[in-house]
Design a protein around this ligand. Sequence first.
Ligand code: NAD
Length: 485
Amino acid sequence: MKQVLHFINGKFLESTSGKFYDNYNPATGKVISKIALGSEEDVDKAVEAASEAMNGEWGNIKINDRIALLYALADEIDSRFDEFLEAETLDTGKPYTIARHIDIPRGAANFKVFADTMKSVADEAYQMDTPDGGIAMNYSRRYPKGVITVITPWNLPFLLMTWKVGPALACGNTVVVKAAESTPTTTALLGEVMNKVGIPKGVFNVVHGFGKDIGDRLTSHPKVDAVTFTGSTPTGKRIMQSSALDLKHLSLELGGKNPAIIFADCDMKKAINETVRSVFANSGQVCLGTERVYVERPIFDKFVNKLKKAGENIKLGIQHDESSDMGPLISKDHQEKVLSYYKLAKDLGANVVLGGGSPKMENGLENGYWIDPTIWTGLSEDSAIVKEEIFGPCCHIAPFDTEEEAIKLANDTEYGLAATVFSENLSKAHRVAGQIDAGIVWVNSWFLRDLRTPFGGMKKSGIGREGGHHSLEFYTELKNICIKM
Ligand code: NAD
């Protein structure tokens, strides 16, 4: 059986305890590998290695050499594209058709984009008058923060991990990464790539394991300078508490309950195509995905019917079948959680427009964590289905009558990550987008990402922004140097 090991100080290592845990293929429910089960001792080793690397060759490396290494990383990922694709789709169950176009290419791009950002960033300089009638010059310089803990979720494992490791290394930091327990393989594989291109030992470290065992140590270790986390809001709160004891810098990218607003003057085809993606893509396991759809009353029935038809055409299947549109959910636990919401919706009297259960699969997929694409109408706005993040391929659709009502409904949530607005009236689209409490609003589209733009959430969807030069704000310390002339 394949083993996935920690990567510490440039070497693949078993856990200090010698223990492993099972990793499952979500499509079949079968064990595919044994993962080294990390403990606090393993975290300590990784942080020590990262801290030493800051004081060694990496700490003194020239910016151009660092940038060349990041480009080499991206090229090496590209040259091992099929290996990354296989590892990612086996861990997550997502179809090749998704991972080939999103997860792996974006993983490689994250290194190039942040290398370019670092190369082109302009810092401030101010001339000032001094009390004695002379002048002084202020200029700012960027320094790495030091050792960064990177903790990531399972829904887009390679993409979201490199989204943080890319800028962290571009800015000259070292990292200790903990991938989600169910999707550690591509993160470990990146260790091989680091060695191949010559990233010095200790710069990139990986410890596998469960948040309950190693989370607190990773986020409170005295030699960790900052923590960047993507995952659920409850875990984000926990990390904030644990890292606060040592006053660590923190970036939190958390959950969402994202609305879509569909006006009667929308291009219906566009609205359906984009909403099918935003609700069902990656089996609904996308933080930016739509779970609440608000449709202007005159087109409500038409929209619901069309979304239902589009949902019926989604083909569930194993990852390497090129005709599969949707894979399973990530785990048995997550399947049970999503199914509990499906049951609750029925108990609350929802009109189940589509799906509502788990499909019968064949040919070895019987024990996978499959779930129906699901659409409901008819629930009240204060029901748990409309209020809580489900993170499955499902949405609730409700009608609205006025622009003001649509905005009020969209904002009636404790989250504020993303939203979509569909209208061919550009003035209205600008007006509405400006009033929605969300870090990202897409008009007539979804998941169009320019990596230079600020990314993050309002309210309980996060703290801080990453992306482009916003990432540099988190991954560097700015120093002002004032010279009296
Ligand atoms: P999760 O919070 O359960 O786990 C995320 C990571 O945190 C995992 O690596 C986990 O092992 C680790 N963890 C768990 N407990 C910990 C602790 N006490 N200390 C430190 N680390 C701990 O989230 P998940 O179920 O893996 O991912 C789904 C969630 O992530 C959803 O809420 C989704 O919206 C969110 N998400 C947000 C974004 C974003 O950019 N805002 C992107 C993707 C996913």
